[in-house]
Design a binder for this molecule. Structure first.
Ligand code: DGJ
Length: 737
């Protein structure tokens, strides 16, 4: 049993292989958080020494105990306006006008298996021991019941959380905050690590000690965003890649989000995470229930790499439902940077022929194939073929591509509409906009109101028809602006605060239906690159276009930051032309290939513009990648500093090591690297070694070493000179020592 309850001490224990999580029902029914950390056999209630810290109120029924305050004791789901002045998890206002809740224990249930969440993506059990705890808390005055859900995955060391909030009273109430979870850490010193960025430079890690007060990582953009990824880590100051305590917190949500991290007067830390409350207000009529998105938690004392591995495996095995989570991915070629909007059927076929010769598996026809989409000012919404570019439609093109032996994939951006489109002319009211005000435009497009079921149904039907009518094996699902003017025509005024979240629910309903009906289609998420790179999208899309920045040098930082939370199997990574279209930088083809091979490899260039030598090199890259792909997709990813990484097979008998030198120096210091993840008792030989980007080709290393030598002694590489030079080594275990 991974979940237990001791009626005498009133302590709940959630156990995974490497963690214990404890809560206790307090003397008058508040649910207190006791502990989350390494396994311990005892109940840790002795740690909560009540102390009167002044100006921290006491619940009325404990007013004789000045030391007993919700403002200082760790809570499992914090409330507003009840004497706890720290960040609330739930903040509501009733029709009578009062605010806040005083939530007390009302019952609990322990069940085998994993709970599901209505209309929302969530983790699933593979019948290997997940259990669900549901604890109900009630506030009598507001008539509210909060059901806290805990999914305990013992082998995976993950605890999932969510909340269901029900209005059991007789009048309406409005939720102004409905967080998924709260994690109070009463002791210890913690730093916050988060992943900020911008378009073309997503998920840059930033780690800093907490300061007193509240730090918020959030997006009010209606999407998880390029700017602030929802994934955060709390780690001890001494935590490194390989050692030390850290908590990972990953919301399974693709819309606006927040994570508040508060360092309070006592030095305690509170983390509250959930749907962004910018503009959020959810009306609950009597009898109605609101369900929050899920959030994944893990804890390890073994450092950041261990934390990353936990989430990597979990996202692949317990969140993403697609068969492509583990099935081999096609090496694709995408038309975007090859042709942008300027193509016709002949050019696409020429690209396809070139791609076939290079050894690719799938051609993606990106933006520009539909409506009057000759530039980004028109056409979104008109998902029928542009016959001027593609005479005869998609069918003959797809047939010819298939006849070449390539699969066919198509780009769509169904959540959006251009004013210059037949769809908008027919349904101007389908776009989000505030009555009487001109909406903000972004990339000349407006956002369709997915909160309206008829709009969501139309999108589903339109994309489903494409998939039914044509032999399409891959869809790139793009989203190129954020939400503004969030007003929905059909919802009453007192429910307009629901629109942003209803919009995300509309999106999930479309993706749910499409992925159920077309399980063999590989869906790649995209939002102007990696602007919606989150666990919610990963439930449907096994891979997501990581960034519109395809420069290998920039990608080092983007892919490095991404790897803290997300597996390489989720990272769409392409080799593009040089000079790079985003940065103007020139990098050697070998370097571009090596960096893109740290994800799901693709190409985004016109093969017709390659030299014969480049064509040969790409053919070799694709051949190599086919050999590496299982390691990259399913192996354990180790960061060896910021510019080197390795993937190790589950059995630890194969490893792909990549080392890059982004800024070669004259007279450099020795390039020494200690490997990770190998079996210290095994012997490994370099089965293949290539240098890339080198002005002078050094001699390849040769040899057989013990795992211990490679782990503890490390490898010294020859001096590497060039533009982004580096080395790629494939290691294989020859025997166990
Ligand atoms: C943004 C995507 O990230 C690009 O890869 C490309 O598909 C363009 N949109 C097309 O408009």
């Amino acid at each position: 049993m991974s979940i237990s309850y001791d009626a005498e001490s009133r302590v709940f224990r959630l156990e995974t292989q490497n963690t214990t999580y404890q809560m206790q029902i307090g003397p008058v029914g508040h649910l207190l958080h006791l502990y989350y950390g390494r396994p311990v056999p005892d109940a840790l209630d002795y740690r909560l020494l009540p102390r009167d810290c002044g100006f921290s109120p006491n619940p009325y029924d404990l007013r004789e105990h000045r030391g007993w305050s919700l403002d200082t004791l760790p809570q499992e789901y914090s409330s507003a306006d009840n004497g706890d002045f720290r960040c609330p998890s739930i903040d509501l206002r009733t029709a009578s006008g009062f605010r806040g809740t005083d939530l007390r224990y009302a019952g609990h249930e322990i069940q085998k298996g994993k709970y599901t969440l209505e209309g929302l993506p969530s983790a699933f059990d593979r019948e290997d021991g997940c259990e669900t705890l549901s604890i109900t808390l009630k506030d009598e005055a507001a008539g509210v019941a909060v059901e806290l859900l805990y999914g305990v995955f013992p082998r995976q060391n993950v605890i999932t959380r969510a909340a269901r909030i029900t209005n059991g009273g007789v009048e309406a109430l409005w939720l102004n905050r409905a967080a998924s979870a709260c994690l109070d850490l009463p002791f210890g010193s913690w730093e916050l690590m988060h992943f900020h960025g911008r378009h073309c430079m997503e998920r840059q890690p930033e780690r800093a000690p907490l300061i007193h007060g509240v730090q918020t990582i959030s997006s009010s953009r209606g999407a998880s965003s390029h700017q602030h990824n929802p994934f955060v880590i709390l780690c001890a100051p001494e935590t490194t890649e390989d050692t030390g305590s850290c908590f990972g917190v990953m919301p399974v949500y693709s819309g606006g989000h927040f994570t508040d991290v508060e360092l309070d007067q006592s030095g305690a830390v509170r983390l509250v995470t959930g749907i962004s409350d910018a503009g959020f207000s959810w009306k609950l009529d009597p009898g109605e229930t609101f369900t929050t998105p899920e959030v994944l938690f893990t804890y390890t004392h073994q450092g950041l790499t261990h934390l990353s591995h936990t989430f990597h495996r979990f996202l692949r095995q317990n969140l993403c439902r697609s068969k492509f989570a583990s099935a081999a991915r096609p090496v694709l070629i995408n038309s975007w940077e090859a042709a942008y909007f300027d193509f016709d059927a002949d050019l696409i076929l020429t690209i396809a022929e070139g791609a076939k010769e290079l050894g690719a598996d799938l051609l993606v026809l990106d933006d520009g194939w539909f409506g009057r989409r000759n530039h980004d000012k028109a056409g979104l919404g008109d998902w029928y073929v542009n016959e001027e570019k593609l005479p005869g439609g998609l069918e003959p093109l797809i047939r010819k591509v298939n006849d070449l032996g390539l699969q066919f994939g198509l780009w769509v951006e169904p959540e959006m509409v251009n004013e210059d489109s037949d769809l908008y002319r027919a349904h101007p009211d389908w776009a989000l906009r505030v009555p009487g005000r001109k909406p903000a435009v972004s990339r000349d497009q407006l956002v369709l109101d997915l909160s309206r079921p008829e709009v969501a149904d139309w999108i589903y039907e339109t994309i489903a028809s494409l998939l039914r009518d044509y032999h399409i094996q891959y869809i790139k699902w793009d989203m190129n602006r954020h939400l503004s003017d969030v007003f929905s025509r059909d919802i009453p005024a007192d429910r307009q605060g629901e629109v942003s979240h209803r919009w995300v629910l509309g999106l999930y309903s479309i993706l749910e239906r499409l992925t159920t009906e077309f399980p063999d289609v590989l869906l790649e998420g995209c939002a102007g690159g990696g602007g919606r790179f989150d666990a919610g999208m990963l439930a449907y899309c096994p891979q997501i276009w990581c960034s519109d920045n395809t420069d290998a040098y920039s990608r080092l930082a983007i892919q490095h930051g991404t790897s803290y939370g997300y597996p390489a199997s989720a990272v769409g990574a392409h080799v593009s032309a040089s000079p790079n279209h985003q940065t103007g930088r020139r990098t050697p083809l070998g370097s571009r290939g090596a960096v893109a091979m740290a994800g799901m490899l693709g190409y985004e260039l016109d093969p017709g513009k390659l030299t014969e030598e480049e064509r040969l090199e790409i053919r070799q890259q694709i051949r190599d990648y086919r050999e590496f792909a299982p390691l990259v997709q399913l192996g354990d990813h180790y960061r060896l500093g910021e510019n080197a990484w390795m993937f190790v097979s589950e059995k630890r008998d194969r490893a792909l090591v990549t080392v890059t030198v982004p800024a070669p120096e004259g007279n450099p210091r020795p390039l020494h690297i200690r490997l990770k993840g190998l079996n210290p008792e095994g012997r490994y030989q370099i089965r293949r070694m290539t240098y890339f980007g080198c002005a002078l080709q050094p001699e390849p290393l040769q040899g057989t070493w013990s795992g211990a030598a490679l782990l503890y002694g490390g490898l010294t590489l020859p001096q590497l000179f060039g533009d982004l030079p580096g080395a790629q080594l494939l290691l294989e275990q020859t025997e166990a020592l």
